[in-house]
Design a binder for this molecule. Structure first.
Ligand code: UD1
Ligand code: UDP
Length: 375
C-alpha cells in the first residue's frame, strides 16, 4: 500500500512529524508532498531540520495568494503528482488550504482519503479553516478524531460511526517527543533574558484578527493593558502575515511587548512551557498549553477546541482590550491541575495500526477502483 502524505504549513509539519517518524520506523511505503504554502525558512525549513522530517519527494511551490489562487494551484499540481505516483491512500491532517486542496483532488480521483484531526468545529464559516475542515471531513473515507466531542460533531453531520476512530490528538505525540529535547538544548530563556513564569507569551496571526485593523488594534491595546497591570515582559514571535499587517495598518507595538521572528519548535515549546500564561489565537497552541499545563487566554470569539475550556486550561476573550486583561487576571493564578483531554501521545502508532490492521482491505478495494487504476 503506497501512502501519500500531503502537508504544507507550520502546524502540519509539527503534527505530521510523529506519524512520519512512525512510518519510517515501520519501513512503510510512503512519500511526502509539501504543497509549498509555507516557504519562509522560519515557517518551513527550520521545522524539517529540527524535527528531522525527510526532504519531501515533491514541493508544489504554491506559495501565497488569495484563497482561490492558492486552491487553484493546489488542485492542478497535486493532481499531477497523484497521477504520476498513483498512491493507494492519501493522508492529511488539520485545516489549512493545503489539505482541503489535496482532499478535493483525492475525491475527484476516487482515491482513498483519511483526515487526521477530523471533527473539529468552530461553527463559524467566516473562518477559512472551518470551510477546510468541512471539506476534508466530508470527502474522507475514514476519519481520525482526536476526542469524542470531535466524533460527535461528525456523527451530527451524518458521517457514519464505522468510518470514525477516536485516536487522541497527535500533537501530544509531538509535545512528548520534543519537550525534553527543548529543555535540554534550547537557550531561548537566556537569549531573551527571561525567567520562568516571569513573562507572557503571545501569538496572533489568524486572518480574522490581523487582517482587521480594529481587531489587531484591540489585541495590541489589550497587551498594553496587560503589561501595565502585571509588569511582566510580553514576547510575541510574529507570523509574517501579522508583521505585514502591522506595517500596512501603521500599528504601534506597545511598550512591554517584544516582537521577535517566529521561533523553531524547541525554542517555542520551552517558552510556552515556561510562560506565566499564553495569549493566542492559534489552534495548536490552545492544545499545547493544555497539555503542558500552562494557562491560556484565547484571542478569538470561539474555539474548535472546546475540551480546553471544559478542563479549564483556556478561556475565550475575543479582542476587546478590557476583556483581554480580565481574562489574564482570571487565568494567571489558575491551579495547573487539569487533566489532558487529548490522549496519551500514542496517536501516530494507533493511526497506523488501524490503517494496517482494521481498514487496509477497504482502502485497497477502493484504490483499485480509483480513476487511474481503472484505465
Ligand atoms: C495558514 C492557515 C492557518 C494556520 C497558519 C499556520 C489557511 C487558510 N490558513 O495561515 O490556518 O493557522 O497557516 O501558521 O490555510 N507568508 C510568508 N511566508 C510564508 C507563508 C506566508 O511571508 O512562508 C505571508 C504571506 O504574506 C501570505 C500570508 O503570510 O500572504 C498568509 O499566508 P497563508 O499561507 O495564506 O496563510 P497563513 O496566515 O499562514
Ligand atoms: N510554533 C512554533 N514557533 C512559533 C509559533 C508557533 O514552533 O514561533 C508552533 C506551536 O508550538 C504549535 C504550532 O506552531 O505547535 C501552531 O501553529 P500556528 O499557530 O501557526 O497554526 P494553528 O495551530 O493556529 O493552525
Amino acid at each position: 500500500m503506497k501512502i501519500s502524505i500531503v502537508f504544507g504549513a507550520r502546524p502540519t509539519f509539527i503534527k505530521m512529524s510523529p506519524l512520519i517518524k512512525e512510518c519510517r520506523r515501520k519501513h512503510l511505503d510512503y512519500f511526502l508532498i509539501h504543497t509549498g504554502q509555507h516557504y519562509s525558512p522560519s515557517l518551513d525549513k527550520i521545522f524539517f531540520e529540527k524535527l528531522k522530517i525527510p526532504r519531501p519527494k515533491y514541493n508544489l511551490g504554491v506559495g501565497s495568494g488569495t484563497h482561490s489562487q492558492q486552491m487553484a494551484k493546489l488542485l492542478v499540481r497535486t493532481e499531477k503528482v497523484f497521477l504520476q505516483e498513483k498512491p493507494d491512500l492519501v493522508l492529511i491532517s488539520g485545516d489549512t488550504n493545503s489539505i482541503a486542496g489535496a482532499a478535493l483532488v483525492a475525491a475527484k480521483l476516487y482515491l482513498p482519503l483519511i483526515h487526521i484531526e477530523a471533527g473539529l468545529r468552530s461553527f463559524d464559516r467566516r473562518m477559512p479553516e472551518e470551510v477546510n475542515r468541512v471539506i476534508a471531513d466530508h470527502l474522507s473515507d475514514f476519519l481520525f478524531a482526536p476526542t469524542s466531542a470531535a466524533r460527535d460533531n461528525l456523527l451530527q453531520e451524518g458521517i457514519k460511526r464505522n468510518r470514525i476512530f477516536v485516536v487522541g490528538n497527535i500533537i501530544v505525540d509531538a509535545v512528548k517527543q520534543n519537550i525534553k529535547i527543548a529543555r535540554d538544548t534550547s537557550d531561548v530563556l537566556s537569549r531573551l533574558r527571561l525567567s520562568p513564569r516571569k513573562f507572557f507569551l503571545v501569538t496572533a496571526h489568524r486572518q480574522e484578527n490581523v487582517d482587521s485593523k480594529k481587531r489587531f488594534q484591540g489585541i495590541l491595546r489589550g497587551l498594553e493593558l496587560v503589561f501595565r497591570k502585571f509588569q511582566l515582559p510580553i514576547i510575541y514571535p510574529i507570523h509574517p502575515r501579522s508583521r505585514k499587517r502591522l506595517k500596512q495598518f501603521r500599528l504601534k507595538v506597545p511598550s512591554g511587548v517584544k516582537v521577535i521572528p517566529p521561533l523553531d519548535y524547541w525554542d517555542f515549546l520551552l517558552l510556552e512551557s515556561s510562560a506565566a500564561l499564553v495569549l493566542t489565537d492559534s489552534g495548536g497552541i490552545q492544545e499545547e498549553t493544555c497539555i503542558l499545563r500552562v494557562p491560556c487566554v484565547t484571542l478569538r470569539d470561539n474555539t474548535e477546541r472546546p475540551e480546553t475550556l471544559e478542563v479549564g486550561s483556556n478561556i475565550i476573550v475575543g479582542t476587546n482590550p478590557q476583556k483581554i486583561v480580565r481574562g489574564v487576571q482570571k487565568m494567571i493564578n489558575k491551579r495547573r491541575q487539569w487533566a489532558n483531554p487529548f490522549g496519551k501521545g500514542n496517536t501516530a502508532s494507533l493511526i497506523l495500526d488501524i490503517i494496517y490492521h482494521k481498514i487496509k482491505k477497504e482502502i485497497l478495494l477502493k484504490s483499485r477502483e480509483c480513476w487511474y487504476n481503472k484505465r
